[in-house]
Ligand binder design. Structure first.
Ligand SMILES: *Cc1c(COP(=O)(O)O)cnc(C)c1O
Length: 297
């Protein structure tokens, strides 16, 4: 799938010169809807679906970056796709679901209970045999997702960085980055969900033993849990945009860069560190905020 230009620049961030060299890898610039890391997590699945001439099927919530990214990537790849959405259909679809639908995703709504079991509605099997479907786990989690995420560091020369920092949901992206990281590089994951203490083990499942010491998860920057937010977070995101020109989203990258800023200010990184922040995208999620919350659109 190379129907859109694969360009995601590295930009240097002003303001931290006294502490460390800090660059940001702008995966958010890859495509407005296929938010950066999601494209990498999807590409191996989509390649399989194309070879096998399958329809793509995946799962997500009403504001899911993964849903909208899958819809866009499938459309760009010429593949049909189905989204299984958590919860009842509402009279007014979210902007995320409207966009997904516009790009040709067929939406099916299932109860939260059925969603927990990742049940595929039987009506789908009236139209598709199981072998006609390429089922992508929620969030692109899984070995194919990890394999795709390994390529993120190949978009630019990244050998000189000592630390690579990113937001973590399922840990799929972090696992791929850790596999690709050189021995002198430490990967730092900012976990955006609360009480996700099984995560370390789940990530290790994708890594050989010698790689399992190469990443660290920090659990103190979730702001109360997944998609939880407060004025302090918005102030940071607005200030960060004003100083650096880099927009962030309130679910993932806002929290990750808040953490990076706090760690840099606290001298957490050893002298001489060179830090690469990975902007994983997700900006479409900000559309669910009241207008005027953020100074960027
Ligand atoms: C999905 C997502 C993540 C989390 O990626 P995982 O591989 O699930 O850890 C991070 N940032 C953004 C913007 C995302 O949309």
């Amino acid at each position: 799938m190379s129907s859109f230009p694969l360009s995601c620049p590295v930009e240097s961030l002003p303001g931290y010169e006294n502490v460390a060299a800090v660059d940001v890898l702008r995966l958010d610039k890859l495509h407005p809807l296929v938010s950066g890391n999601k494209w990498f997590k999807l590409k191996e699945y989509l390649a399989l679906a194309r070879t096998r001439r399958q329809t793509v099927l995946t799962f997500g919530g009403a504001f899911s970056n993964h849903i909208v990214a899958t819809a866009a990537a499938a459309q760009l790849s010429g593949l049909a796709c189905i989204g299984i959405i958590r919860g009842e259909e509402t009279a007014q679809l979210s902007h995320t679901l409207l966009q997904a639908k516009e790009m040709g995703m067929q939406l099916f709504f299932i109860s939260r209970e059925a969603y927990r079991q990742k049940e595929i509605p039987p009506v789908i099997f009236q139209h598709y045999s199981p072998s006609a479907l390429c089922i992508i786990p929620e969030g692109g989690y899984g070995a194919e997702g990890v394999a795709g995420a390994r390529d993120i560091l190949q978009q630019h020369p990244t050998n000189s960085y000592t630390h690579i920092l990113l937001a973590v949901g399922t840990g799929t992206t972090l696992a791929g980055l850790t596999l690709a990281a050189l021995p002198h590089q430490q990967v730092v994951g900012i976990v955006v969900l609360k009480n996700l203490h099984g995560l370390q083990k789940e990530i290790n499942f994708f890594l050989p033993t010698e790689k399992q010491q190469q990443f660290r998860l920090l659990h103190d920057y979730h702001f109360g849990g997944y998609a939880k937010k407060n004025p302090q977070l918005f102030d940071f995101m607005n200030g960060f945009y004003r100083h650096t020109g880099v927009p962030t989203d309130f679910v993932y990258t806002g929290k990750a860069f808040f953490a990076a800023d706090a760690l840099l200010q606290a001298g957490w990184f050893p002298p001489g560190s060179k830090l690469l922040l990975v902007h994983t995208g997700g900006l479409q999620g900000n559309l669910s905020l009241p207008k005027g919350t953020l100074i960027f659109g």
